[in-house]
Write a protein of this length. Structure first.
Length: 397
């Protein structure tokens, strides 16, 4: 027995039910649209056409209704009492992000590592590689949290830290594991790490904030270490980072460190670099596209994320642009080195050292951005900072 078409009364009732559901979903400011649609539906004589019009209207308006209610909920959660910053969710998150440079950097680190895992999964990397990268991210975030809760370092303590970093890098050059004539690694529990990838970025961002004679001596020790290893990429990163710092903050101690870095870089150029490319580590900016277009896109997007904190900080925060410039230069130079030679592709490629180094270098970015406004006071608005922090956390969630 065949089933005939649905009774006309059922289609009309369904159309009316769709209109009622739309009215219930719309916020008060948009309910006039719902009423107009209901009147239009009642004026359509054909029940099928009326039902189709009601469903099509609901399809177009329900996403807007959901977005409006989400913005209202966000305003309630943050305690604003009104939809914050430009009445758009995206602008709210952007404004909050611009006030929390370090939080943005953490989000970029997580995103870049995740995209690197996507690349390695597509490329067929061993599961152990994925676990090492994920574990390095957790280690880096834990160490950053510990550093973030510590009291700001005194100038003498910062100088001592940089000297310790320089000494550790020099010890690696003299006693570290060797491969093809280079001594850049140390072995810990079966894992091989590259100390320069972890320590040089941290050293540069600390030196950007605190410069003493002892800190400059530590930078010179690091320059000597990368020259002896030899590590042309790290020597170039050290040179470019100090050059940008010298441009933004003229200081005799910076110039002294810059001279040491320049000598180290020339020394690495005079030595032959015979290291071959390692799968999932070197030259993957190009080889990833041969694996799959999605893998290549993941690599390039992840690398772009590494530079985002510096770009946003430079644009928003003109009171501390030197720090952002140094941070951006470090990671741009690291990316360029990976593009030009057989050097590790940072964060998105296999290897936990660069991941830990990137996360730890975020300690150089301020937790809360301040904006210089001529001669006006630069004291931050505490209430606005609290709201921005909540906006950003809710947006990330």
């Amino acid at each position: 027995m065949s089933i005939g078409p649905a009774p006309a009364g059922l289609r009309r009732r369904l159309a009316d039910a769709a209109c009622r559901a739309l009215l219930a979903a719309l916020p008060p400011a948009q309910r006039a649209w719902g009423q107009a649609i209901r009147c239009e539906v009642s004026a359509i004589g054909d029940d099928t056409k009326a039902l189709l019009f009601a469903l099509d209207s609901a399809r177009g308006l329900l996403p807007r209704a959901a977005a409006a209610r989400l913005r209202h909920s966000l305003a309630s959660l943050t305690g604003d009492g009104a939809t914050p910053v430009g009445d758009t969710f995206a602008m709210t998150i952007l404004e909050a992000a611009l006030h929390r440079p370090r939080a943005v950097g953490i989000g970029c680190a997580i995103g870049a590592v995740a995209l690197g895992l996507v690349y390695m999964t597509i490329a067929g990397a061993p599961p152990r590689y994925l676990a090492i990268n994920a574990g390095a991210l957790l280690i880096g975030l834990t160490m950053l949290a510990l550093l973030g809760h510590a009291t700001p370092m005194a100038r003498r303590a910062a100088g001592g830290l940089i000297v310790a970093i320089g000494a550790a890098l020099l010890a690696t050059a003299l006693l570290g594991a060797r491969a093809d004539g280079a001594a850049r690694w140390i072995s810990l529990g079966g894992l091989t790490i590259q100390p320069t990838s972890i320590l040089v970025p941290v050293m540069l961002v600390v030196f950007a904030r605190t410069r003493t004679v002892s800190a400059t001596a530590g930078v010179a020790l690091a320059a000597l270490a990368v020259a002896l290893q030899p590590d042309r990429a790290m020597a170039g990163i050290l040179l470019l980072g100090l050059a940008v710092l010298a441009i933004t903050r003229r200081d005799r101690l910076i110039v002294a460190g810059l001279i040491a870095a320049a000598i180290a870089f020339v020394a690495t150029l005079a030595q032959t670099d015979t290291l071959i490319a390692v799968p999932y580590v070197d030259q993957i900016l190009y080889s990833s596209f041969a694996v799959h277009a999605g893998a290549g896109l993941a690599i390039w997007t992840g690398l772009a994320l590494l530079l985002l904190p510096a770009i946003l900080g430079w644009w928003r925060n003109d009171g501390d642009r030197g720090t952002y410039a140094v941070f951006g230069t470090i990671w741009l130079a690291t990316i360029l080195a990976a593009a030009l030679g057989n050097y590790p592709t940072p964060v998105v490629g296999y290897g936990g050292s660069a991941i830990i180094g990137y996360v730890l270098s975020l300690v150089g970015l301020p937790k809360v951005a301040t904006v210089a406004t001529g001669r006006a006071s630069r004291t931050p608005d505490v209430r606005r900072e609290e709201l921005s922090d909540r906006h950003l956390r809710i947006g990330i969630a």
